[in-house]
Design a protein around this ligand. Structure first.
Ligand code: SAM
Length: 275
């Protein structure tokens, strides 16, 4: 697939994220009205790996409504969020204003981030939880990240495990509780087209652009893209917990997140790399 074709599919995704945003803003899933603690979106191991954030320049790529960006700012970071959806950036700015936190938001495609941030460099780049699957080319992404970090700066990716994506969506009504491998784990077979008329939150149908394109990326692809861009991978954690119950038989853990009683499989991973 050519880079022009990638650009076309990313434009479709951009329109879809603009259309999803009002549904997400009003959803119980994000709970923006309830003034919930944004740290609920973070696993304890993320804070351990991220280390001290106070006074650090932290960039959150693909920040959506900025819920996680706010948590980073509350930990004392000078936080910047970047997303290509204008509707998301507007909602994120509103949310930051309501919380009284000083966060800068920039509207741009990740692939244009170096220019959009005018060469500014960061101590930490944070991204994930449904971000990499919208990027067609991880080698280009890793080069962008390397260009955004100060020497010795850290990238933290917390992403849904490709095994979770391979298991596919929640079983349809009437289907058994078995976990079935429905999709590729490894990338390379081109984009997966999804009908996003109903998004992953509660709420009504999305109005407008409902086509969404995703690319699968195995863990090896992520690691190799980063090392090829000159970064060193320092830690890779695999976790069996998710922030919400993806399958009905998931149980709540002491952390407030959810896991399958069995089998124990990785659903999320955290990867720390240094530039
Ligand atoms: C599922 S959200 C991830 C953010 C956060 N973890 C969350 O759950 O709210 C995905 C975000 O990626 C953004 N996005 C997708 N592709 C992008 C791209 N190429 N450049 C910038 N943002 C992109 C979308 O607009 C959306 O806000």
């Amino acid at each position: 697939m050519t880079s022009a074709e990638h650009a076309r599919l990313m434009r479709a995704n951009q329109a879809n994220w603009d259309a999803r945003t009002p549904v997400h803003v009003a959803s119980r899933f994000y709970g923006l009205d309830a003034d919930l603690d944004p740290e609920r979106w973070f696993a304890a191991f993320e804070w351990e790996d991220l280390g001290e954030l106070s006074g650090r320049d932290v960039l959150h790529l693909q920040c959506h409504l900025g819920t996680e960006t706010l948590a980073l700012a509350r930990r004392g970071a000078r936080a910047v969020g970047l997303d290509f959806s204008a509707a998301s950036v507007t909602a994120a700015r509103d949310l930051a204003a309501k919380s009284g936190l000083d966060v800068t938001y920039v509207q741009a495609n990740v692939y244009d981030a170096v220019a959009a941030l005018q060469g500014r460099r960061f101590d930490v780049v944070y991204t994930g939880k449904g971000a990499l699957c919208y990027l067609p080319d991880l080698d280009r992404w890793a080069d962008v990240v390397a260009g955004l970090l100060r020497p010795g700066g850290r990238l933290y990716v917390v992403e849904f495990h490709p095994l979770l994506n391979a298991l596919g969506p929640t079983p349809a009504p009437g289907e058994g509780p078995e976990l079935l491998l429905r999709h590729d784990y490894l990338g390379g077979s081109g984009p997966v087209h999804r009908d996003a008329t109903y998004t992953y939150t509660d709420g009504p149908a999305v109005e407008g652009a409902t086509d969404s394109y995703e690319w699968m990326h195995g863990v090896g692809e992520v690691v190799n893209a980063l090392t090829d861009a000159g970064m060193s991978v320092r830690r890779l954690r695999e976790s069996d917990e998710l922030p919400w119950p993806r399958w009905p038989r998931m149980v709540r853990t002491d952390s407030g997140w959810w896991r399958l009683p069995e089998p124990r499989i990785p659903l999320l991973y955290g990867l720390l790399a240094v530039g």
